[in-house]
Design a protein around this ligand. Sequence first.
Ligand code: XBP
Ligand code: MG
Length: 251
Amino acid sequence: MTSLKAIIFDVDGTLAETERDGHRVAFNRSFNAVNLDWCWSESLYGELLQIAGGKERIRYYIEQYQPDFTPDEGRDRFIAQLHQAKTQYYLELLKTGKMPLRPGVKRLITEAHNAGIRLAIATTSALPNAVALLEQTLNPHWFEVIAAGDIVPAKKPAPDIYYYVLEQMQLQPSDCLVFEDSEHGLEAAAKVGIKTIVTANNYTRQQDFSEAVLVVDCLGERDRPCKVLSKQQLPVPYLDLAYLRQLHQVD
Ligand code: XBP
Ligand code: MG
């Protein structure tokens, strides 16, 4: 059995709760800015999250909810421009500091970095979003690869982004662990054969995580133990590197 060499993190919903108060709000601001009365409520957004990727999500929404909408510049161009504006709104929202890291994220990533574990990001979201979050909360230079957005043509649940990260780092699936928060993300990593821990959140809690090695409500902190949502007993109050190494060894 090989030792744990690297940890790959999803961003949205995993490092921070960025969807409801970040991406969703930014999409709505971009609609508003071009005088569209479209409004993605918290519950509608939960449904739209089934579509990974902001541009893909807008396209799906138009097809399903606004089928008669025909912008002069054509649908592709309209979506690309709207999404660019959305990214700017999202970056402004990030600066307000209202999307802090989830419990235990800074602790675990710092411990892993100090122990020489190699780190990477695999996210569906656009690269500037991922880099801005890391700049604000951690250190982007700790991450050897930041794989984001359109770097691969097929987004999660396709496995492409995980294959890309492994190739860039010259690693095997068995060298790594992945952290994800959603069924799509888990599916992407599982197709590649990387053991995945799910830190579920309010949008994803009901999803099927049967392929995960562990499902918890967060990584936990000394004063805020994590809760296990999968079947096994957790012998530690929060996930630290020693426990991750154990999980990585289990068949
Ligand atoms: C994240 C996403 C992203 C964000 C929006 O999924 O689906 O689309 O919601 O980001 P995951 P962009 O956490 O599985 O990577 O608008 O920049 O695409
Ligand atoms: Mg996610």
